[in-house]
Structure formats: C-alpha cells, structure tokens
Design a protein. Sequence first.
Length: 75
Amino acid sequence: MSDERYYHFYLNIDQDELMRLYSGSARRLRARSLEGPVVDLDANHLRQFTTRSGINGRFRLVVTTQNKFLRLERI
C-alpha cells in the first residue's frame, strides 16, 4: 500500500488573477483534478511555477494518505 496519493490537474492562471492570489485577497486555489476530486492549494506552493504571464501547465499534487501536502510538481 502506497503512503502517497496523487492528483493531476491543469492550471491556466493569467497575471491579474495571479496577483490576486499573491496579494492576499485569495490565498487558496481550488482546482478539479483529472481523477475527479477538487484539490485545495495554498497559493505559496505555486510561486516556483510563476512566470511573467502567470502559471500554465499540467501539475501533480502529492499528498499523504491523510491528505497532508508533500509536494507539487509540474509534469
């Protein structure tokens, strides 16, 4: 039995929406995973994927079996 769960999803966040995330008006992001469940992320986990135009791509969220954040990967 694996100690990790994986959720895959796409993000396409433009620069204006990204600024709202980082400015504090919305500190969390929700996305529907390709597996079905909605995932809820702290905006700080997205900083490493930020470009001048925003965030765009496919991602994998890795959590424990208790849904504790382990890592976020761009794939």
